[in-house]
Design a protein around this ligand. Sequence first.
Ligand SMILES: Cc1cc2nc3c(=O)[nH]c(=O)nc-3n(C[C@H](O)[C@H](O)[C@H](O)COP(=O)(O)OP(=O)(O)OC[C@H]3O[C@@H](n4cnc5c(N)ncnc54)[C@H](O)[C@@H]3O)c2cc1C
Length: 635
Amino acid sequence: MPSDLELARATSSVDAESIAALLRTPNERAVRAKLLPIFAADQVFAKTSRPFKNHAQNMLYALEMSKRILELRDTHKWTHEEWKAALDLQNDSLPITLHEGAFATVIEAQGTDAQRDFWIPKCRSYQVIGCYAQTELAHGSNVQGLETIAKFDPATDEYIVSSPRRESTKWWIGGMGVLANHALVQAILELPSGRKGPHLFIVPIRNQTTHRPLPNVTVGDIGPKAYGGFCYMDNGYLHLSSVRIPRANMLQRFASVSADGSYTPAKHDKLSYGSMVALRAGIPINSGWNLARAVTIAIRYCINRRQFSPSKTEVESQVLTYASTKMRLYPLLARSYAYIFAGRSLWALYQQFLESLTKDGDISMLPEIHALSTALKVKATWDCVSGLEEARKCMGGHGFSHMSGVGSLFAAQTPSQTYEGDNYVISQQIARALVKALGFLKQMPDAPLPDSFAYLRLAVNGLRITKDDDLHMLHARTAGLVEELAKEVATNPEKGWTDHSWTAARVAAAHADVFVCSSLPETPLTKLHILSTLVAALPELLETGVVTSAQSAKELRRRQGAEVEGLSIGDVVGLTDAFEFDDWELPGVVGGKEGMVYGKMLKTVEEWDINKGEMGEEIRRMALEITGKGRRSKL
Ligand SMILES: Cc1cc2nc3c(=O)[nH]c(=O)nc-3n(C[C@H](O)[C@H](O)[C@H](O)COP(=O)(O)OP(=O)(O)OC[C@H]3O[C@@H](n4cnc5c(N)ncnc54)[C@H](O)[C@@H]3O)c2cc1C
């Protein structure tokens, strides 16, 4: 008999195929179709026994997965693109993830040609495995406050790299705990002429033959993390006591030091932001896909789940038919689409920037890319993390089981609000850029502006809404917020940006909303996302005078509700099918394509060691020590 999910799918009027073609390029789809069966068939990547491992077992398992994925790369002769896609298919970061995503990427971006030629082939062959070591025990956000020192010694043409205090120990470094043999260390450059601020140095930390720490290096793993998240990532610590490295190990594409210790600064002080931008620019799309996985699981589950019947004679209703379930899940589905599309647009802009940087050394797009990637990182991580938790709640009790898979997606996603810059800290960078741009515009109203800043003209021309246009309302709200912040800054010159950090976060989120809502192609979810964004922004729309009456506010809510009502259950199945998730790719056991939920849950628990075999016997013996005759006779 077909499941409720299959019956719903049969009624879908959504053209899942053409929507799938909007979500991924033909090449991306072909690569996935090639890779997914390989992972699904490989026992190393089986997922059911994963929740029972402790941290040390997880580390061993993470190394086993890393080794196996490299073997698969070599066996199948994957292209670089296929290799990157294979890493993306793992829902969890592995010890090798940041070797690829940060260590090698930053060497490519900030190394000279000679440095790239020397290090990148070693990175590709995994002879050199690296990590990105910026954060210290006592300092993270405050990069200027980092204490690790790289002192140049002209006599030997070397840097002496040291952690001066216990507090300057590098901490949180992904890939460092058990695997990396090199670290890209962010340290203060000290030259005979004085200190030059943080620069990047490649520091060998483990012997490449024995894998033991090198002399004067203390390195290890910082242990399990909140919610059991990042459990296959070996976040580590590193203390350096006068470790000598050659001068050639400072990345010097932009700033450099010559043999006599003289310093050539970067032409543009923002050039080193490039690699930070690259890391941030990838976060919104990944967050969108993570939310898409959770919403797909939750929607499929809530179609199969039935509770309460309208009358004694009718079958129980699917929980997805309840207003409060639909009003939570459908906007989340729209949100996941929105961040996937906006993430794609951001990535395309970033590629455009890279191209003009590499070809002509043109950095004119950098301020826009920096502001957008930061704003989107902030808003996408906040929205996707809150969405993941909401999706779990929509699934009732089973949502809290590891078998739902949503918990592990949440645990993996939640630190994204903190890493690559704490959201409240980095929001200030965007707010500052927008306030500056507005000030500039007020002096020169016809000055050119990047597209994503264009709405600021409304703050100069007056916030009057000239047309009843949803996007225009978002533009006016953001312009109004920037204007308010600019006034706050101007009237309180004694205050620093940290004093404005609360308002700055709202400005950053609003700036992201404008870009996200303007990036959406036409799908059955586009209006719903824009209206949900407007409804969430209602307090600010009222504060900035964009919405002026209770009636207009109610109308937005009414239209959002109508969009949700306009989607049939079959349609949302079609829209989740368009993600083309393979069952292996979705964590847990209840979000599968066919929708047979309870049978799978029962089969899964019956197969767990805790319920059978040696472990089951051990548990039975221990339980008897509590309930059995032996203990009672001692009473
Ligand atoms: C899972 C994970 C992986 C990581 N991987 C790496 C890695 O591979 N390499 C690496 O170098 N680092 C890594 N980090 C570290 C991470 O980048 C930092 O933790 C992050 O940048 C936040 O900095 P912090 O810890 O110093 O927070 P803090 O700055 O100490 O933040 C504490 C609180 O103070 C607030 N705050 C701080 N400054 C301000 C301000 N100016 N204005 C307003 N509020 C402020 C913050 O909002 C926050 O609420 C990782 C962290 C995590 C959680």
